[in-house]
Design a protein around this ligand. Structure first.
Ligand code: N01
Length: 507
């Protein structure tokens, strides 16, 4: 796909305006790398926190860790923040950063192709004005690890005549009051949605394939005093943030080295079940048979009581098909519904953006990853794809702490790489195959004893080869240590053949 106009030259093109893309823009700007453009398919900043507006959407990472280190937020209202508050925070940070003039909204990246001669990425984007082309020295993909909804492949799903939508694309025009509703999936999204739906719908069927370990959510509002302290006492909020960070990191050995310690979490989960559900049969249905932590541990005080409510049925028979008017399970029973909510998660180990990126040898990143499994050097750069940086790339997601810590570590590395390119007069850098292979082998070795790899469940952490290519298998500060400096000696480099474009983009 190509546009007809002359490409706009930019130094840097960033894909996505969520936490990752926004941080990249801010840090490039601070480094004097002001010639960049951020392409966002949504209509505003915020990424997942702008798009996910389902009822009950809240973060399950403590608020104190859910802000940039360079823009703490003393105004969080609760220990765990609601979606709207997080989105408003990103919007405020974006406005205050003075970078919004270089963000292009409602525009999707269609193709990014490496032009070895020009040492640039030719990027075709599509927005309200049609196709447009950029030629960028570097591309940073901050498209998000959990952004592209994955729909289940269920026979007949297209024949359903009622309203149907994915949890991440909530249709607020549909009035659910008194309706017969089904939710397919019981992951982090469903666990928040179901208790809200239970209050308004006539009847709710929740289709569970695998139960999750769910522990209590220690939720509360911050007091006026706490908020005043965060705002006015120098260093106080940073201190609290460090304490929360330390508490979460202290749990890593149980996930990574001694999964038998996760029994303590299972005890908490079982108590949560006993507290929320009266019916012994229902209790048995929601009790997982694998090690806690194998799938993301969920937190909720409302999920079990909602399942136990009179207007809710938990259906554990496998779904056989979907008809015009309902869902049929393997026992032949059809349950009629008016609205179908699909909470079946996202493309994670096969990120759709990879299909749009073509590297040095003319192969797409999707093709490479489909053959070899998702892999990147330091979770950020990929052999065969010069000057491409991936935020929240392979083995960078977390099962225990805040992804923003990882994002900031990666952004620092990207900015350092950009500075290295400029300082040394380089036109292209890409990690050597050996560097990438060694990195991936080390991850695999560290991943082996973890509950995330061997906890006895199927999860979105694992790819089609059974490898955990999504999570970082250790403490986040070790990741940050690895990325503290751009290690150019691990890269194949090319001198710059053309002078950098001086164009200033003002969209
Ligand atoms: O998606 P999921 P999610 N037929 O993939 C089931 C983050 N997040 O959107 O377990 C029937 O976890 C599937 O069953 P199974 C967080 O990192 C954070 O809920 O595969 N069922 C599972 O129950 C989270 O982990 C927050 O057997 C099918 C569910 O659908 C991640 O996003 C909030 C099926 C999918 O669960 C994803 O969460 C929300 C099929 N064909 C999300 N296919 C917070 O911070 C799948 N399922 C609070």
């Amino acid at each position: 796909m190509t546009a007809t106009q002359t490409p706009t030259l930019v130094d840097h093109l960033v894909i996505g305006a969520g936490f990752g893309g926004l941080a990249t823009a801010i840090k490039l700007d601070e480094a004097g790398e002001t010639d960049f453009v951020v392409i966002e398919k949504d209509s505003d900043v915020g990424g997942t926190w702008h798009i996910n507006t389902y009822p009950g959407a809240e973060c399950d990472v403590p608020s104190q860790l859910y802000s940039y280190s360079f823009a703490l937020n003393p105004d969080w209202t609760k220990v765990y923040s609601p979606q709207q508050e997080i989105w408003e925070y990103t919007r405020r940070v974006a406005e205050e950063s003075g970078t919004l003039d270089r963000f292009v909204f409602d525009t999707a990246v269609r193709d990014a192709v490496w032009d070895a001669g020009a040492q640039r990425w030719n990027v075709t984007v599509e927005g309200p004005q049609g196709l447009r082309e950029y030629a960028a020295r570097t591309v940073t993909s901050a498209a998000g690890g959990l952004s592209e909804p994955k729909l289940p492949e269920i026979a007949g799903i297209e024949s359903f005549a009622g309203e149907v939508f994915h949890s991440a694309r909530w249709n607020h025009d549909v009035d659910l009051k008194g309706k017969r509703v089904a939710v397919i999936g019981t992951g982090a999204s469903a666990v928040q949605i179901v208790p809200e739906l239970q209050k308004v719908v006539g009847h709710l069927d929740v289709y569970q394939r695998t139960p999750n370990w769910i522990i209590p959510r220690n939720e509360r509002a911050f007091t006026a005093l706490e908020k005043a302290v965060f705002r006015h006492v120098p260093g106080a909020q940073r201190l609290v943030r460090s304490a929360v960070y330390g508490t979460l990191e202290a749990r890593v050995p149980a996930f990574a080295r001694f999964p038998q310690l996760m029994r303590a979490v299972e005890m908490q989960g079982k108590k949560n079940i006993a507290k929320g559900i009266e019916d012994p049969e229902l209790r048995a249905k929601v009790t997982p048979d694998y090690r806690a932590g194998c799938k993301r541990i969920l937190i909720s005080n409302k999920w079990y009581p909602a399942l136990d409510a009179d207007n809710v049925d938990l259906v554990t028979d496998p779904i056989a098909s979907i008809t015009e008017s309902g869902i049929v399970t393997s026992d032949g029973v059809e349950r009629p519904i008016d609205v179908l909510v699909i909470a079946t998660g996202f493309y994670v180990t096969d990120p759709p953006i990879a299909a749009h990126v073509t590297g040095r040898e003319g192969r797409t990143l999707a093709d490479v990853w489909d053959t070899e499994g998702m892999a990147a050097y330091k979770g950020t750069t990929v052999n065969g794809f010069p000057n491409l940086f991936f935020l929240v790339g392979p083995n960078t997601a977390l099962g225990h702490s805040s992804i923003i810590f990882i994002i900031e570590s990666q952004v620092k590395y990207v900015v350092d790489a950009v500075r290295t390119l400029r300082r040394r007069g380089l036109g292209a850098v890409e990690p050597t195959r050996a560097a990438q292979d060694d990195w991936v082998a080390d991850i695999r070795r560290k991943m082996k004893p973890t509950v995330w790899q061997t906890g006895g469940c199927a999860s979105w952490y694992l790819d089609k080869f059974g490898n955990n290519t999504t999570l970082w298998p250790g403490q986040t500060f070790t990741f940050r240590g690895h990325l503290s400096q751009f290690d150019v000696e691990k890269y194949a480099v090319e001198a710059l053949r053309t002078s950098p474009a001086p164009t200033k983009i003002k969209e």
